[in-house]
Design a protein around this ligand. Structure first.
Ligand code: NDP
Length: 252
């Protein structure tokens, strides 16, 4: 059945930033669809809690994605635990709301370090493993609509720049690794209700909703179908793509 191609059953998937928010939700859905999931997060205790909530074949990996050596060790530990790696949801990220003229070099660098360098280190470690195993694999990066528009009223230049870079990094890696059977795609969510956006001022959220043609924020569940599609054999000729999931925000 062609339908079977949309499956992640039996796939071994590493989810970064998996302890909460989008990563946690998508990891839970991947597990319910038959995947083994590794919950990688800088907050090791929260990752362990999430893995235990998901149950089944979930396992936690404490790792800061800005530390290239830690990333290599975490991917190695994942492979030892599950016997291989088939796909990565490269999703850990942070945001900083602050006027550009007030950002310190450290603050600007920190956002780029997690959102761009971290995504690269994880993609590189996964690709090395796919090449070592000779299996190929799928990488799904979390970019953002903020990579192609400038959000208001909050000011978040470092975040916007980092997400634009993730989208172009995705295309670059997709081309470089096309002959290796490694597909690299990204999703670009709009405003999604998670811990990240939960901390934002209510009047900003009301302002956002007025701007979104759907007149509501999205849920993490509404991203899972795209992630599953991009990891599955149904997308075997798709690489370097960016699936925008934003309730039409960037259409207007
Ligand atoms: P959350 O803050 O809810 O979750 C992000 C997770 O990533 C947290 O568990 C966080 O741990 C972890 N994390 C942060 N830094 C690191 C690090 N250095 N190494 C490993 N893990 C880390 O965010 P969301 O779930 O909302 O966002 C997930 C992704 O989606 C991000 O890349 C974000 O930019 C992107 N996105 C989110 C949107 C939204 O509206 N929510 C919209 C578009 C894109 P801790 O909490 O301990 O820092």
């Amino acid at each position: 059945m062609f339908y079977d191609k949309f499956s992640v059953e039996g796939k071994r998937v590493l989810v970064t930033g998996g302890a909460q928010g989008i990563g946690k939700c998508v990891a839970g859905i991947l597990a319910r669809c038959g995947a083994s999931v590794g919950i990688l997060d800088v907050n090791g205790e929260a990752a362990a809690r999430t893995a235990s909530e998901i149950g089944g074949k979930a396992a936690a990996f404490s790792c800061d994605v800005t530390d290239c050596a830690q990333v290599g060790e975490a991917v190695g530990a994942f492979v030892r635990r599950f016997g291989g790696l088939d796909a990565v949801f490269n999703n850990a990220g942070i945001v900083q709301h602050k006027p550009a003229e007030e950002l310190t070099p450290e603050e600007f660098r920190r956002v780029l370090d997690v959102n761009l360098n971290g995504v690269f280190y994880v993609a590189q470690a996964a690709a090395k493993e796919f090449m070592r195993a000779g299996t190929g694999g799928a990488i799904v990066n979390t970019a953002s609509m903020s990579g192609s528009i400038v959000n208001i009223p909050q000011r978040q230049a470092s975040y916007n720049a980092s997400k634009a870079a993730v989208a172009h990094l995705t295309k670059s890696l997709a081309v470089e690794w096309a002959q290796k059977g490694i597909r690299v795609n990204c999703i670009s969510p709009g405003y999604i209700a998670t811990e990240m956006t939960g901390a934002v001022r209510d009047d900003w959220k009301e302002f956002w909703k007025e701007m979104i043609p759907f007149r509501r924020m999205g849920t993490p569940e509404e991203l899972a179908g795209a992630v599953i599609y991009l990891m599955s054999d149904a997308s075997s000729y798709t690489s370097g793509a960016d699936i925008i999931i934003d309730g039409c925000f960037t259409c207007i």
